[in-house]
Design a protein around this ligand. Structure first.
Ligand SMILES: [Zn+2]
Ligand SMILES: [Zn+2]
Length: 641
């Protein structure tokens, strides 16, 4: 008999050679129907693989990330089976699962293939899935594996086998298809109920441009047709909300090849939006005891040698700028922390002075490969809402709580109400790889956990995910489409205070090292605005909206009245423009709707004569006519909510 420990800590006895599927069956038939694979001693296995010794077992279903990934990888095998049936002689490269779905790199030889053929393949996959063929694992010798794929004539698999050790090679078969694969897979193809091939493209074999280009086909599968329908809807909605598309339509930002890739240009409306976010954060920070500082965009190379950035990232960064006379080297600032450490050192600090909190909207530059650049989410120059807190070890918990308050206040004002906090701690089995004493780490880790608990945050704890220089807390936000974004990081740092020899005088009159905390609720303004655009589909909260109203005169006769209204609203800090174009009112309304301007104020003869405005709210419709005073009050009420 062997002992099997389950995730709830319970231990059950089974015969040696029991499979995870049999364990599931012994618990409930319903569970067994949903088991896709199992994690055995931390490794994902086929549910049909015999377990020979005492083990911890976690059964994996569609609800587990590892279960999904096994499912999607198995779907790649199913697609290969369909391709082989429809296009005999097709050769196969690799077919992994990806974040959502899977791909397979294939060589069609002389066959012409296009996305018009997707439907045929999808149908074949469903037909094959219905046979409920088991995925059968077969360990083989290297010689036998080579013989099999030589006979089949698949040079890509032979190329892969070359690098494998004899004794560690397995083949998997389902239906009429056999693949070289280390597994694991789901029990049978019957779990796959809905299929969609998403796109295709070229991919060099083994990522090597000198080798053959294969066809990469992306697909996604689901255990229910309704889940596929939801997914397709999500993709369409995401396309509509793409910040690159809306950024252009709403005239927020642009890119210019002449200026340089990955360097966003903020247009007037985007700059207005960004200004408001900045002011919002500055006001909140002043209330929370932060002091604003300003540092230059470049720093001497020695600064980054001291901080360790040069050694770690220097080769992959923008290269140093040299002064023409002295040949001194400067780097574009990749982060603000080293500058802030030098600000800390400008005067002696006592334990009574701490904490000090330096905040800066610091623009930093990081080299990203051109292929990695993406709208505002991956850029080469961006502005962080950065701050560094320098405190005593006994102040870490309080500082964390205050930063959590600030982050939650920000999320609340911007409509992000679905979040979890991920706490990243040391790997308890490998403490040597972290800098700082065991004692300070234990203190900081406990402080973060307690702070999160006292603030009632929903948390997940990840061991081994801390940086080598300190534990951290990250906020993971779900947007309106259920997509996850990491926003807001609070990071403890024992490394920089050491490297910059930061000190304070303690109550014992001795010198001590302060603890440094990095934090940025938005992260970068660029990325935050991108997430915000996609979250609210460009319908910003009124207080943030760069153009809160547009006045639409029915004809030029009412322009003077429109100007008078506009001035009056501007005097109350409500901003907007007048549409002076010689267009029909219907056209003006439609254009304002496209620009997602919150309020449209229509003025004609009646309004001008009686001192009224006819109000339309974007996404709502006609609100009727009201006095300008009532309209002002309505806006002020909405902004302050
Ligand atoms: Zn496989
Ligand atoms: Zn920092």
């Amino acid at each position: 008999m062997i002992n099997i420990t389950l995730p709830d800590g319970s231990v059950r006895e089974y015969d040696k050679g029991i499979t995870s599927m049999q364990i599931a069956l012994s618990i409930s038939e319903g569970l067994a129907r949903n088991v896709l694979a199992a994690e055995v001693n931390g490794e994902v296995w086929d549910a049909s693989r015999p377990i020979e010794q005492d083990s911890t077992v976690k059964l994996l279903t569609w609800n587990d990330a590892k279960g999904k990934s096994t499912y999607w990888h198995s779907s790649a095998h199913l697609m290969a089976e369909a391709l082989e049936a429809l296009y005999p002689g097709t050769k196969f490269g690799i077919g992994p699962a990806i974040e959502t779905g899977f791909y397979y790199d294939v060589d069609f030889g002389d066959i012409q293939f296009s996305s018009d053929d997707f439907k045929k393949i999808e149908d074949k996959m469903i037909e094959l899935a219905k046979t409920k063929s088991d995925y059968i694992r077969k360990p083989v010798s290297k010689v036998d594996a080579i013989e099999y794929f030589t006979e089949k004539g698949d040079e890509y698999k032979l190329d892969l086998i070359k690098d494998l050790a004899d004794g560690a090679i397995t083949l998997y078969s389902q239906g009429n298809f056999t693949d070289l694969c280390r597994g694991p897979h789901i029990p049978n193809t019957g779990h796959i109920k809905a299929v969609k091939l998403m796109s295709m493209g070229g991919a060099y074999w083994r990522g090597d441009e000198s080798r053959k280009q294969l066809t990469r086909i992306y697909g996604v599968t689901f255990p229910k047709a309704s889940e596929l329908a939801d997914y397709v809807h999500l993709i369409e909605e995401a396309k509509k909300r793409d910040h690159r598309k809306l950024g252009k339509e709403l005239e927020l930002f642009a890119f210019s090849e002449k200026v340089g890739m990955g360097l966003p240009l903020w247009l007037p409306k985007g700059a207005a939006l960004r200004e408001r976010l900045t002011r919002f954060m500055q006001n909140a920070q002043v209330k929370a005891g932060y002091e604003q500082v300003i540092t230059p965009h470049i720093g001497h190379k020695n600064l980054y040698i001291t901080s360790g950035h040069y050694e770690k990232y220097g080769a992959d960064s923008f290269q140093p700028i040299k002064t023409p006379q002295e040949g001194e080297e400067f780097l574009l600032k990749p982060m603000n922390c080293p500058h802030h450490c030098e600000i800390y050192k400008t005067k002696p600090r006592s334990y009574k002075d701490l904490p000090v909190r330096f905040a800066e909207f610091g623009t930093v530059y990081r080299y990203e490969q051109s292929g990695e650049l993406h709208g505002l989410t991956r850029v080469r120059g961006f502005t962080q809402d950065d701050a560094h807190l320098f405190c005593r070890p006994d102040q870490v918990k309080d500082e964390f709580k205050k930063v959590i308050d600030l982050v939650l206040y920000t999320f609340g004002a911007l409509g992000f109400d679905n979040y979890t906090a991920q706490i990243s701690l040391r790997d308890p089995d490998n403490k040597a790889k972290y800098i700082g004493s065991d004692e300070t780490w234990a203190l900081a880790e406990a402080a973060i956990i307690e702070a999160a608990e006292e603030k009632g945050l929903p948390t997940v704890v990840e061991y081994g995910e801390a940086a080598f220089y300190g534990p951290k807390l990250d906020f993971m936000v779900k947007d309106a489409l259920g997509r996850k974004w990491q926003l807001g990081t609070i990071q403890v740092d024992y490394n920089l205070p050491e490297r910059f020899e930061l000190e304070y005088t303690g109550s014992d009159n001795q010198k001590h090292r302060p603890v440094m905390i990095h934090r940025a609720p938005f992260g970068s303004l660029e990325r935050f605005v991108a997430v915000l655009i996609e979250h609210c589909a460009g319908n910003f909260p009124l207080w943030l909206s760069p153009e809160q109203f547009t006045i639409l005169p029915i004809s030029e006769k009412y322009e003077d009245y429109a100007k008078k209204l506009s001035d009056e609203l501007k005097n109350s800090d409500i901003c907007g423009l007048i549409d002076f174009r010689d267009e029909k009112i219907g056209r003006k309304i439609r254009d304002a709707e496209v620009k997602k301007i919150p309020y449209m104020l229509i003025v004609g003869e009646k309004e001008a004569a009686e001192g009224l405005v006819s109000v339309r709210r974007h996404g709502v419709g006609d609100l009727g006519s009201m006095s300008i005073e009532d309209f002002k009050q309505q806006i002020i009420k909405e902004i302050t909510v």
